[in-house]
Design a protein around this ligand. Structure first.
Ligand SMILES: [Zn+2]
Length: 503
């Protein structure tokens, strides 16, 4: 049938263009290829932006048969020798239709230490209707059926995937990007499209907790990312500005290639009215992307960001990437990804020409997440304090390092004013509203770190932060890890602080 031919031609084209075909691609004549059941004859391969609710409802797949890996004919599988998962993504954006067509390949190596009987992929944008359209899913070159339920894509493995064995996953899909809400980063505005959590990714696996797969609670962040490598090719129209997690290299054919290695995620924003300013320090090249009328505000944020990177590189560990993008958007808040942070327009509007305002303070907060979230990962859903308390306290460290005098202002404006209550180690599921959540996790977290610093002394506190940042770079740290590193840097008893702040 015509539709299948179109799909297959597209897929083969992917391999030719990217040069990353798996070791045993299935010939196009394979008759046993199983098709994902789109449930209706009228469904098109890549549904147009005007897809109807009826078509969306057909994205229910047949029950998943167990996947049986076929013997690998190639002597050297592509995943062999990899330290981290590799995501190769080739994406073409139709800006006017807010439609993203993607070909993805994941090379995964099982470093969990146990034999895995399944894989869990996070398809976060499939939580919403009319957005994610799966076209094709292959494991080691073999087309498989699978079950995608909301944002969870589970692939059973039989036989199990032994430790240090790997596989390749190829996915073709499209995103019909929705209009952006003010409380979410993802989505389109008239002049800007923010593309985050836009590809299926393998959830991290924890020996204690299993797959770290979570759904949103209404507060905080629910996604947990394993450190990975990203090779991304993007194509957008010439007249648009692209801000991304790393700096791209343009090829003659109009595609731009990005490498983002040892990172949690790759995100990008495309705008028709974004201007940019660049500042470089010895630690990073920082670009601020802003709406044209905000040049002064952007410059102030850029200067503070470069200063913050220098301070944190000295105090914690070297800045983990070569570049950083700061992107203005319509958002109630700021939002961190590694290599790129988003900042809400209202903060630029509030800017008062000093360093005592939300634009600088929250900008520095998002920069601090490059260490606490980016370099040192954590379970954002169950232990959000592990990154948020440290990102908040890093604001204090910025102010005391750069401009000593506003530290008192900062405590009052940022923390004390809210009269915070609650347990520092609350999860995003503890039924707290946004204010109660930030009061507990962020602000009481700040009080805890201030009391801890006073208790163990400046020298031990700084040694602890460096030890922790460096020991857990590229890993996912838990609350226990935090205290194990703390205990090897101090002999002081702080048990009363644990009783006071932690449930
Ligand atoms: Zn934060």
């Amino acid at each position: 049938m015509k539709r299948s031919l179109v799909i297959r031609g597209f897929f083969i084209g992917f391999f030719l263009l990217t040069g990353c075909a798996s070791q045993s691609p299935v010939p196009s004549s394979t008759a046993t290829e199983t098709r994902i059941n789109l449930g209706t004859e009228t469904a098109t391969a890549f549904l147009p932006a005007t897809s109807t609710a009826t078509e969306q409802a057909t994205l229910t797949f047949t029950p998943s048969p167990t996947f049986t890996p076929t013997p690998t004919p190639s002597p050297t599988p592509l995943w062999m020798g990899r330290e981290r998962p590799l995501y190769t993504l080739r994406a073409e954006l139709d800006f006017a239709k807010h439609y993203l067509s993607v070909e993805e390949e994941i090379l995964y190596i099982n470093q969990t230490g146990i034999a895995l009987d399944n894989l869990v992929l996070v398809v976060d944008q499939n939580r919403r209707s009319d957005c994610f359209y799966l076209e094709s899913l292959k494991i080691n070159g073999v087309q498989i059926e699978s079950s995608l339920k909301s944002s969870r894509l589970e692939i059973p493995l039989d036989p199990k995937l032994a430790p240090n064995e790997g596989l390749s996953i190829e996915i073709i899909y499209a995103l019909d990007i929705p209009a952006k809400r003010s409380d979410e980063v993802f989505g389109y505005l008239i002049s800007q499209i923010n593309t985050v959590d836009w590809y299926p990714f393998i959830a991290p696996y924890s020996a204690e907790k299993g797959w770290l797969f979570y759904t949103p609670s209404g507060v905080g962040e629910h996604l947990v990312y394993e450190i990975s490598d990203f090779d991304v090719s993007l194509k957008v129209s010439d007249n648009l500005v692209v801000a991304a997690s790393s700096e791209g290299e343009e090829r003659d054919d109009g595609w731009v290639e990005y490498e983002h290695h040892a990172a949690r995620a790759f995100v990008f924003s495309v705008g028709s009215n974004l201007s940019s300013q660049v500042e470089t320090s010895e630690n990073a090249r920082v670009t601020s992307f802003y709406y044209p009328e905000y040049e002064e505000e952007s410059a102030a944020l850029l200067e503070a960001s470069v200063q913050a990177i220098d301070v944190f590189s000295e105090r914690y560990s070297p800045f983990p990437y070569e570049s950083l993008s700061i992107v203005q958007t319509e958002l109630n808040n700021g939002m961190e990804y590694d290599g790129l942070v988003f900042m809400g327009r209202a903060f630029y509007d509030e800017y008062n020409g000093t360093i005592k305002n939300n634009l600088i303070m929250l900008g520095v907060h998002e920069i601090a997440h490059q260490w606490w979230f980016g370099s040192v990962g954590n379970d954002n859903a169950l232990e959000p304090w592990v990154d948020e308390a440290l990102a908040l306290y890093s604001e204090r460290i910025f102010y005391e390092s750069i401009y000593p005098y506003p530290v008192g202002w900062w405590w009052h404006f940022r923390v004390d004013w809210f009269k915070p209550k609650g347990w520092v180690n609350a999860s995003i599921y503890d039924a707290l509203d946004f204010r109660a959540y930030t009061n507990a996790v962020y602000y009481r977290g700040g009080y805890f770190l201030e009391d801890l610093r006073e208790r163990i002394g400046e020298k031990a506190f700084n040694a602890f932060l460096q030890d922790y940042a460096q020991s857990y770079a590229g890993k996912i740290a838990t609350s226990d890890d935090f205290f194990i590193v703390l205990d090897r840097n101090t002999d002081k008893d702080y048990s009363d602080l644990i009783t006071e702040y932690f449930k």
